[in-house]
Ligand binder design. Structure first.
Ligand SMILES: Nc1ncnc2c1ncn2[C@@H]1O[C@H](COP(=O)(O)OP(=O)(O)OP(=O)(O)O)[C@@H](O)[C@H]1O
Length: 333
């Protein structure tokens, strides 16, 4: 347990006697490796009481690893994690924590009602069985064995089980992946309601739509690092990049290197996503634009001999890439 060394150099944590409790969750300079893979790379993040935070990022960004450290399943290689001011690896500090991992194993022969009662029995002031079931629209399934539930019903039950003990902090790893629209909305409503009761919620998602529907603050992760941590509107603005593609003749007065530099320096350009030399020697460019209108006007005023112009909204993956683009020349494939 000694690996979580809060007092290590550079990590300060001050809380005097009688002062109000600090953040519900504190992550300071955390690095976690799996062999050669650095799943988390110097991640810092505080979550305050009553916040609803969305952790957004593509596959492999490190979201699940972060949650596993917060819930005490793993320890960081360096840095420190504090849950309610203590070490998450001590069970006593996890009493007020509710989690739903991506896959939840449920005992197939127990009924929904029995599983709810069983989990509720571990907490001092749990919800009643009927409250837990009603919040998630599971009342009609109270006598159904969990082995006979559909995927969506299992997911709803898993989230109900995370909340039945009335945790102060709830960690949800992709709570609605694989659910249909109706089931997804039902879960969102239940989570909003639980948050409105005063709980703190940290959820991961690949879906911007889900984060938009629920989160007030958004932490964007990529490659094990925090790329952005801001209010929902600010992050939506950041990821609203557009994709602008066009073809230029290969033979020209500039070498490909300088052409690339000139393009990425144009107003409205955010960075270069792709540049492919086609069979006829021309080049197909795909740029990420912070303002596509400005970029297209700049292409014209700078006499770029482009054809086959295409402008479209960037995917979330491309938006994440835009956040990581510091030197477009290096990042372009
Ligand atoms: N137990 C493990 N052993 C080896 N590598 C791991 C392990 N757990 C995670 N990783 C690696 O660490 C990186 C981060 O994985 P993590 O599951 O935290 O990402 P994620 O953001 O949750 O992705 P997803 O959205 O796909 O769940 C990935 O490269 C993953 O392959």
């Amino acid at each position: 347990m000694g690996a979580v060394a809060w007092d290590e150099p550079g990590v300060s944590y001050e809380q005097g006697e009688g002062e109000p409790m600090g953040p519900v969750l504190e992550v300071r300079g955390v690095t976690r490796r799996f062999g050669a893979v650095t799943a988390l790379d110097d991640v810092s993040l505080d979550v305050g009481d009553g916040e609803l935070v969305g952790l957004l990022g593509p596959n492999g960004a490190g979201k699940t690893t972060l949650l596993s450290l917060v819930s005490g399943l793993r320890r960081p290689d360096s840095g420190a994690v504090r849950l309610f001011g203590g070490d998450p690896r001590d069970a006593a500090n996890r009493l007020a924590l509710g989690t739903t991992p991506q896959d939840t194993g449920l005992p197939a022969t127990l009924t929904v009602g029995e599983v709810v009662d069983f989990v509720a029995g571990h907490y001092p002031t749990p919800m009643t069985r009927s409250e837990a079931l009603a919040r998630f629209g599971l009342e009609d399934l109270v006598r159904r064995q969990t082995g006979g539930l559909s995927g969506g019903q299992r997911r709803r039950l898993a989230v109900a089980l995370a909340l039945v003990g009335r945790p102060r902090l709830v960690l949800l790893d992709e709570p609605t992946t694989g659910l249909d629209v109706e089931a997804r909305h039902l879960l969102w409503d239940a989570l909003r309601e639980y948050h409105a009761d005063g709980a703190t919620v940290l959820l991961t998602s690949h879906y911007l739509e889900e984060i938009e529907a629920l989160a007030q603050r958004v932490v964007v992760m990529g490659g094990g690092r925090v790329l952005a941590d801001d209010s929902l509107p600010a992050v939506l603005d950041l990821v609203s990049v557009r994709r602008v593609s066009f073809t230029t003749p290969g033979a020209g007065p500039t070498t490909p290197g300088t052409e690339r530099q000139a393009l990425t320096a144009l107003p409205g350009a955010h960075g270069l996503h792709d540049a492919q030399v086609l069979d006829d020697g021309s080049t197909r460019w795909t740029m990420l634009a912070s303002d596509a209108d400005v970029l297209v006007r700049a292409l014209v005023t700078h006499d770029v001999a482009f054809r086959e112009l295409e402008v479209r909204g960037a995917s979330l993956e491309e938006a994440f890439l835009a956040l990581t683009l510091t030197d477009p020349q290096e990042t372009a494939r």
